[in-house]
Design a binder for this molecule. Sequence first.
Ligand SMILES: [Mg+2]
Length: 168
Amino acid sequence: MLKLLIPCLKVDTLYDIDLAELQKRGIRGVVFDLDNTLIPWNSPEICPDILNWLNNLVSQGFKLCLVSNNGTRRVRQIAEQCGAPFVARALKPSRTGFRQAVAAMELTPTAVAVVGDQLFTDILGGNRLELYTIWVKPLATKEFIGTKITRQLEKLAVRLLKATGKLP
Ligand SMILES: [Mg+2]
């Protein structure tokens, strides 16, 4: 179980993701978590810098898909701003939403990376489907109450992983 929480890559911000390196790994599509990965939790709009970065990703040939546990209305609103397909109410860490995203991009799991701020939803779910998992620091500290509880577990898991040398 603990092994499935280890991200393939850990970065501070989206901008630290090396796109050329992803291409070298055969990654052709990127699944994004929404809240605190692309936008601060419950914010209605994606900021222009992140939108530009996503557009750059697309111009370099990557396909995008949003996968969120949040509701359809909100996820659609943001997905439309990025021009990407989406899966809402994904129940991450279930594999179902990630499978739907991989299918929406017409790719296979080996060609897909997932970027998210939570070990217990984004990274665990992505690893279960053997996607290339990228753990990014959350954009804001304001979070859904349920997330605050998982964060405590996350802290514990990170401490264990660091103690055993499995996470830098
Ligand atoms: Mg998130």
